[in-house]
Design a protein around this ligand. Sequence first.
Ligand code: HEC
Length: 250
Amino acid sequence: MRKLIAILLLATGSLAWGAGVKVPLDKADIDIHDKASKQRGAAIFANYCMGCHGMSYSRYERVADDLGIPHELFVENLIFDGSKIGQLMTGSMDKDLAASWFGAPPPDLSLTARLRGPDWLYSYLRGFYKDDSRPWGVNNVVFKDVGMPHVLADLQGLCAEPPVIGVVAEIDPISGTEVGAPGCRNFATTGSMDPAEFDRAMLDLVNYLEYVGEPSRLKAEAIAPYVLLFLVILFVPAYLLNREYWKDVH
Ligand code: HEC
């Protein structure tokens, strides 16, 4: 038993080490109830991420229904590899080939939000910067020497230096303007979105990844009050029964 506990402790310790990112993160202020935001996130994911990453625990159909997207619209606009709506979102990239291209295969993103958390994802997606010593010419402040290219550079632009992540903007008391906001201070190339727009797009994407990590959460939240109510009602007969049983003992 003691051995088992020791093994368990070691295992959780090493897991924590694996996920142990000690860099400061920006807070992802997402609202999982915001369906429109998740729809926009799903569109970004289909267009910019699914070529490399799958979400093999999800089915297109479930996502379409949960996000309120009609099936025909979903198939037309959000499935590019000819998959049927009932299929799992496995993605089409060959793992071994991908590993040889990128140094590491693009991981399945079904549970990444659960593992990394929304703040990490939000910071990671905004954390790319120019680094000519790396194979794709980019590095990431949150994920050092990452194997992923900066696939959103045409939207965000490419930051010339490590962007500032994990700080909170302050209001300058004299001018009343915001100073020290997180983000890129100096762009090498510009993208089609301004920084505020890009941040909002990344919140949508993170919101979508968060939903995919726990698709039943909204349903569970909706059912919870009824479960509690049931327990409260059940308490009455259980209490009376208990009193009845112990009546003769006391
Ligand atoms: C060209 C292929 C490619 C595309 C497109 C791509 N990625 Fe990646 N991604 C990778 C590779 C390769 C890795 C593994 C990096 C490593 O381990 O060094 C990765 C890693 C990640 C990770 C880190 C996962 C973890 O927990 O370690 C996240 C999160 C991620 N990608 C999100 C995205 C999102 C969101 C998009 C769409 C905006 C996207 N990726 C588009 C190739 C890609």
